[in-house]
Design a protein around this ligand. Structure first.
Ligand code: PLP
Length: 392
């Protein structure tokens, strides 16, 4: 086992070692987190709409906990398929305007299980190089050919579609909004290419569900292309503020997944209280439009403040705002300085992002206020000045 210590030393020397630290929420101050007894302004959570502390959601979970118990006790195909599932899946299909929906324990399991259920040896998956790790792992599990196209590069995708045109089944898969840059996939072009080459199209709305679309349906609805997306995936762990994930598609697709998606078959169903909490979160996501509006206003403000200070930030309107630094060690120093200034934001380093693009990934929430963000932006500017990254 000695090799592990050596490898760990190598990681630590390259400023690439990760470690677990405990954070606890602050119930009376939803935009904050407490780490090592210090209260930090939380710019690193995916609770975009600020729902993790929503009283109606918590109450729905509490009620169900008292009547249905703590755990579900079995896989959904055995005795774990409790009543809240059916209701939630009907509501999801209606919200997304698909024939059917299927809930999974989390996004990682949904992506890996669904891809492996749809393709296998002799097939090919066309996947954006910056797609989420759960998609990449699903492709490995499936044993299909992995045709990775350069980020959002449609001519490259077209060339690969042509090259693999004789494969049995073809699946194009993409994040709708990319998790580390907050930029959007070229969904309209993807739809055109999928049609031209007779491929299936799967879109992961983990960072766009709840945020885009009139009722928070996601980016596909916002662009009115959802009818061309064969497999729509979303999570409940980000904008919904709870936990879990879902797939929407045709009745046939869902029937197939119930038979073939191994993470659904061989893993215990979500606790019923979680499923009930998600149902309540779905009501809030659809109804409380002000959360989306506030989030976009905050995102625009924060982006313009950082840009005016001279930082390089990602483009777009997403609440994911990457501040690109480049060097791994510098990114760690920046994130340490942020913590000293009372701000929690993660340094994201390779292999999560490409070499030479280490960054601070800020993520905003409707739980934040304009004043808090202005204060944070001023402190971030000072750190940039101190590290010689921006000019006075
Ligand atoms: C977070 C994320 C997932 C995984 O979802 P979990 O529910 O956290 O397992 C999948 N895809 C993308 C793009 C994500 O950002």
């Amino acid at each position: 086992m000695n090799w592990i210590e050596k490898e760990l030393e190598f990681l630590a020397d390259a400023s690439l070692e990760r470690s677990l630290r405990t954070s606890s929420p602050v119930s009376e101050a939803p935009g904050y987190t407490v780490r090592e007894e210090r209260r930090l302004f939380n710019l690193s959570s995916n609770d975009y709409l600020g729902l993790s502390g929503h009283p109606a959601i918590i109450e729905a979970m509490r009620e169900k906990l008292l009547t249905e118990g703590a755990g579900s006790g079995a896989s959904r195909l055995v005795t774990g398929n409790r009543p809240p599932y059916h209701r939630l899946e009907e509501e999801l299909a209606y919200w997304q305007n698909y024939e059917a929906a299927l809930v999974f324990a989390n996004g990682y399991m949904a992506n890996s299980g669904v891809i492996a259920a749809l393709v296998g040896r002799g097939d090919v998956v066309f996947s954006d190089q910056w797609n989420h790790a759960s998609i990449v792992d699903g492709i490995s599990l499936s044993r299909a050919e992995h045709a990775r196209y350069r980020h959002k590069d449609m001519p490259h995708l077209r060339a690969l579609l042509h090259k693999y045109r004789d494969k049995r089944r073809k699946l194009i898969v993409t994040d709708a909004v990319f998790s580390m840059d907050g930029d959007q996939a070229p969904l309209r072009e993807l739809v055109a290419l999928k049609r031209e080459y007779g491929a299936m199209l799967m879109v992961d709305e983990a960072h766009s569900g709840g945020i885009y679309g009139k009722h928070g349906e996601g980016l596909c609805h916002e662009l009115a292309i959802q009818n061309d997306v064969d497999i729509h995936m979303g999570t409940f762990s980000k904008s919904f503020g709870v936990y879990g994930a879902y797939i929407c598609g045709s009745r046939t697709l869902i029937r197939w997944l119930v038979n073939k998606a191994r993470p659904l078959i061989y893993s215990t169903a979500l606790p019923p209280a979680v499923v009930a909490g998600v149902s309540e979160a779905l009501v809030v996501v659809q109804g409380e439009h002000w959360r989306r509006e506030k989030l976009f206003a905050l995102s625009m403000l924060f982006r313009s403040l950082l840009g005016a200070s001279g930082f390089t930030i990602g483009e777009g309107d997403s609440p994911i705002v990457p501040l690109i630094i480049g060097d791994n060690d510098m990114a760690l120093r920046f994130s340490g300085a942020l913590e000293d200034e009372g701000i929690a934001a993660a340094a994201i380093r390779p292999p999560t992002v490409p070499d030479g693009t280490a960054r601070i990934r800020f993520s905003l929430s409707a739980a934040h206020t304009e004043k808090e963000l202005r204060d944070a932006a001023a402190r971030i500017r000072n750190i940039g000045l101190g590290l010689g990254m921006v000019k006075p």
